[in-house]
Structures are given as structure tokens and as C-alpha cells.
Design a protein. Structure first.
Length: 245
């Protein structure tokens, strides 16, 4: 019975679970011919819920741009190719998106200084509690937000990285202005999770949407860590592609 796919009393709303199942069917190509979803009543029977719950799931996916409704015709999958973002030795947002978008930009939301947590300190090879510069950014492709990131830099080595980023709107150019001509990806960890309240607001998602989270460290030509970053990508808009250089 299809309704058994849903888990009740788990804290995750039934409409959200249905939205995730529909999203999974879309990702695997298991949608109906012409990308049209079955009628609401059929979906309600499939998942063992009422039509209102199904409507809530569809409304959430419409808000995220996954589905579109046509009066008198039904609900259809919005066929929009996801951007492919390569994770390689040299990972750069604008270069990675490349010719897939007409325009790209990364804007600074806020910056500040704080004491390094154990995780940040380990990745920057500094002592816990050392002062670091923190940057909060959002990256867009053709005006649509596709990722948000928090980056940390050793304040002793990069005291003006926030000012440099404000001038250049690019991590690569800001680092170059601070004396780092080139850098490489040292490590990347990837996981998937439901979007947080901030993810939803900044990436224009609906509640419970999925984001791909990367935790990455970059190092200069001498192998010294220069940046630790945690990024959140909208899973419906971006796929992460691991490339071996």
C-alpha cells in the first residue's frame, strides 16, 4: 500500500513527506507521460491521505518552481535543468557555473569577527578561540539564488578579507587582493538535509525543501589552509559533480 511510504508521528508533516516523494519521482524520471501528475484524488488514494494534504504538497513544490499548474489541464513538472556545479581541485562559483547561466554574482550579506570554534580552528590550522573573519554570502545565477555560504578566514593573516570581498564581490579576487594568487580545494564533505529557516528565506524555498550541504577547506600553493566554508545549495536547482583532475 502506497500510504505505508509515509511515516506518521515522526515530526515531519505528511504533506512534506508527499512533496519529497513527488520530488524523488521527478528526479528518477518516474513521472507520468508529458510530466503531468496524476489527479489529486488519485494521489490522495496512493498516499492514504485527504486531498487537502496533497494540495499542500503540490503548493509547496509550485512555490519552489518544481511544478506548475495549468487551469483545466492539471499539474505539470516544470522542466528546468539543474545547474551542474563541479567540485574539483580548483572550485570557483562563477567558473563552475560557466556557460550554464547568462549571469552570476555573489553578494555579501554580512561580515564580522569571532572566536574560532574547534571545527573552524582545525580546518584553518589555528588554535581554538583564535580570531577569525566570518563572511555570509549568497550566490545567484540569472538572478535566482542557488547557494548560500559561511566562510571563515584567519584574521591574523587576512584582516581585510571582508573589505576586499566588498570591493570585488568574489572570494577568489578578494584572496588575490590579500596576496593569495591561487588556491586549491583541500577537502569536501557533502550531505543532504532539510532547509533551515535561513535557507528558506535566502534561497527562496518552501518549508522542508532539501539542500545539499558542503563543508570545504581550501589551501594556498604551499598547502597552508586559507579558508573554511559551509555552503548550502538548493537541491532542485543545483547538482554537485565530483571531478578528478
Amino acid at each position: 500500500m502506497a500510504g505505508a511510504l509515509l511515516e506518521r508521528k515522526t515530526g515531519v508533516a505528511l504533506w512534506r513527506q508527499i512533496a519529497d516523494l513527488i520530488r524523488s519521482d521527478i528526479a528518477t524520471g518516474a513521472t507520468a507521460r508529458e510530466g503531468r501528475l496524476p489527479p489529486e484524488m488519485e494521489l490522495a488514494r496512493r498516499y492514504g491521505v485527504n486531498r487537502h494534504t496533497v494540495r499542500s504538497a503540490i503548493a509547496a513544490l509550485e512555490q519552489e518552481g518544481v511544478l506548475r499548474s495549468e487551469q483545466g489541464r492539471g499539474t505539470f513538472v516544470r522542466r528546468r535543468a539543474r545547474l551542474s556545479y563541479p567540485i574539483a581541485k580548483r572550485t570557483r562559483f562563477s567558473a563552475g557555473i560557466g556557460g550554464q547561466a547568462g549571469s552570476t554574482r555573489t553578494r555579501l550579506l554580512k561580515s564580522g569577527r569571532e572566536d574560532a570554534s574547534d571545527t573552524v580552528a582545525e580546518n584553518l590550522d589555528i588554535r581554538p578561540g583564535s580570531e577569525v573573519v566570518r563572511l555570509e554570502t549568497v550566490s545567484e545565477a540569472d538572478g535566482v539564488p542557488v547557494s548560500r555560504a559561511t566562510s571563515w578566514f584567519d584574521a591574523a593573516r587576512f584582516p581585510d578579507i571582508d573589505t576586499a570581498f566588498g570591493q570585488h564581490a568574489s572570494i577568489t579576487k578578494a584572496l588575490a587582493a590579500c596576496g593569495v594568487a591561487d588556491y586549491v580545494r583541500k577537502s569536501t564533505v557533502i550531505e543532504a538535509r532539510h532547509a533551515s529557516a535561513e535557507d528558506i528565506e535566502l534561497l527562496r524555498l518552501s518549508a522542508g525543501a532539501i539542500v545539499l550541504v558542503t563543508r570545504a577547506s581550501n589551501a594556498d600553493a604551499d598547502g597552508r589552509p586559507i579558508q573554511y566554508a559551509e555552503s548550502r545549495f538548493a537541491a532542485d536547482r543545483v547538482e554537485l559533480k565530483i571531478e578528478n583532475d
